[in-house]
Each structure stands twice: as structure tokens, then as C-alpha cells.
Design a protein around this ligand. Sequence first.
Ligand SMILES: *Cc1c(COP(=O)(O)O)cnc(C)c1O
Length: 447
Amino acid sequence: MHRRTQGEDGAARRDRVVRAAVEQGLVGGTESSPPLVCLLDTDGIRASAAALTSAFAAALAPGTPVLHAFAVKAAPLVPVLRLLADAGLGCEVASPGELALARAAGVSAQRTVLDSPAKTTAELREALALGVAVNADSRQELERLDTMLSRRPAGPVGVRVNPQTGAGAIDALSTATATSKFGIALRDPGAREWLVRAFVDRPWLTRLHTHSGSQGVPLPLIAEGVRELHALAEEINEAAGRRQVDTLDIGGGLPVNFASDEENPTYAQYVAALQEAVPALFDGSYGLVTEFGRSLLAKHGLVLARVEYTKTTGGRPIALTHAGVQLATRTVYAPAAWPLRILPYDAKGTPKTGPPVAQDIAGPACFAGDLLATARELPELAAGDLIAVPDTGAYFFTAHYGYNSLPRPPVHGFTTTPEVRFTLARPAQSLSDLLTEAGATHPNALL
Ligand SMILES: *Cc1c(COP(=O)(O)O)cnc(C)c1O
């Protein structure tokens, strides 16, 4: 049942997946079925990895070394990292936890990059010993590395630069403002000269890094940051009298369209924007590292949640569901910046139709603002219906927020050809895990 039909579009495929999730008991509108499940589209993730790889391969001079390192924070799940590794990607990590996940997924040190503005000496020592690529974020971190490196490090070491090219639409995700906390600010007085000298004085520095945008930053502005990075590399190499900087790490940040199923902008469009702003980036004189996160995973995540109750308050219908702040933290706290689509289904997983009614879609947490959408025009939801929340594969259910001791929901991967098949990628957090996290092994600690 529910086999693929010819020419099936994304929405029809999703409907088939929702129906199968209900029929296979992953989630449901009845008392005995689980109220919440998170799904990841395995084929979709592979397709995005392939689109990334081929967009850069098509533009780069043949033989140019390139590493596409997935930004682990976007979806810190070992099976996801392993799937991406199988598709040829590495990992960008920013904490000991993320490094451990990359290693658990079998990603080698040579395919791992460590970025973080607050690396401890112990973290640096581990990364250097493993041969993980390290990007120093500050002058003080460089000085710390000076004291740690008695000989050439096993892996490459670079410096993160803030090109100070300006903000995008979301302040919290704008990494290249005049005062961003990341990297060494390139346009501050004397900074450029200091950086050139820092490289000439340290022959072991071979990389430059920037992550000049993220959601909300337009492509030309991201590309401008990369152009600044390339120009700085040329200047350093000129001053050094050799090709000291051999690799440019251009970060991630391709924005994602949350308004429809369309994937826009594409990696090919981003590469075109880079080709226009900095054509020399592709001529083979530098190896490349990228660090995409959201754009690889976002479109491939789907949350399914039961409507437990409905009510009308002050004239506004409200659907009380099991999907709230625990898995859509940014949407709940910053709804204007992070709008999500809500797709209605009935208890059997069939798309729900009917005249549109403005209603609030609420989560289970005990504060008034726990809303996934307000005044959203949808067929009027009823208790036992399901909502699907697409585009949630990055920074949503993979960035759990433990409010109200709500457990981490289960995550299943799925494929759809010829029929829908699910595989468990992360079990639901058990009550005993939740208790351990809550100090239950030290109950008398405060007596
Ligand atoms: C978060 C982050 C990324 C990934 O950003 P996306 O917007 O998810 O592509 C890449 N590099 C660094 C250093 C980051 O902090």
C-alpha cells in the first residue's frame, strides 16, 4: 500500500509518509498511539549532499582539494553524521560533545574541523593531537597555541576572520557585523596588518576561515565576506613570499526557504554568487572547506504531533498540540524571524480540508507564549487530528529544549521507494534518562 505513483510531487510524497506513520503506529490520533514523532527524509538528505558536492565540483578547477564539513550543531545525531559521511561529507564541530559525535559516526580527524570561540586548552590539545583542523578565533587563542605548539601541528591550523561586511535580517544569526563575537575583526584599525604579521611569524598557520552569514543573510553579502577572505589570503601570501595560506574555509550559511516546499536559494545559485564576487576562488590555487548546516537538513525534517484538545478563547480557536517550545524553540521565542508552516491532517493521517479558520497552534508547555503559529488560516482542527510541521530538520527537534521536563521525542528516518519505510535513528528519551538528567542519582545533595 501507499506505493509511489509516477510523477509524485513533494506534497503527495509527504502525505504518503504521514499516512504510513499513522498506520505503522509511530504517531496517532488515538489514545494508545504516541502523540509526537520526528521524521528525517533519508533520500532528501542524500540529495542535498549530492547537490552541494556537485555544485562546487562543477565550478572548481579539476583536482582542487575540497572538504564539505557538515556543521554538526544543525543536526547532532550520529546516524545523520554517518549518512552524510557516506555521502562524502566531513564534520564541523564546536564543542567536545560535537567532536565525540563526529568520532562516534566514524568521521576521521582529517575530515573534521574544530571552530568555537571558547576552546579550552584541553580541547585544543586533543584536537591538535588527533590532527583535527583548528580555526583560532581570537588573538588570545593564537597566543595560547604559540605556547602549546613546540613543533608543527599534525593537522592544519587557521584563523577565523570577521569580514565585518554587515548584518542580515536576523541579528542573532548575523556573524559579520562590526561587533560580532566571532573571529578577528578585519576592518578594525590595525587589524589587517596585525593578521598579516601573525601569519608571517607563524609558518604553521595555513588557513583562513570565515562564516559570514546564516539564515537571513543575502547571498551577495555572504559572497562579499568570502571575497574579503580571499583578498586577505593573497595579501598574506604576498608578504610571506610563498603560498603559506593554502586553504580557505568559507563556512556555511546558505539560507533556507521556510515558506514552501521549494528549495531556494540552491547551492548552484550560491556557487554562482561566489563566482561573480570572487572568481579566483575556483581557480585551484586554494583548497576549499565549506561548513553548511541548515541548508543540508532543514527541508528534510518533519514533525508530526497530535492535537490533544481544542478550545476557543476570546473568540480565537486554539489547538493544543504536543509540538511546542521543546522542539521549535526559536519559533516560539522569535516567531517573526522563524515562521513555520503547519499542515493539517485528520486522525488517520489524511490531509484535512475545509474552510480556513484563523486559529492558534499551541504547544504543551506551561507558558502562554508556547505557540507554533498564531491566527493561522487552516481548516478548523479537532481533538485527535494531527499537524505536520515541515522544514524542521535543522536546529529544531535536533536542538531540544528541556522546558517542563518534556522528553526528547523519537526520530525516525524514512525512505519512500517503493513504499514508506521507517528506521529508528534516536529513541525517545526515557523517563529514567530524564530522571538522571534531573539529578535523580543525587537526590540528597541539597539536604
Ligand atoms: C553554525 C555554523 C555553521 C553552519 O551554519 P548554517 O547556517 O547552519 O549553514 C558553519 N560554520 C560555523 C563556524 C558555524 O558557527
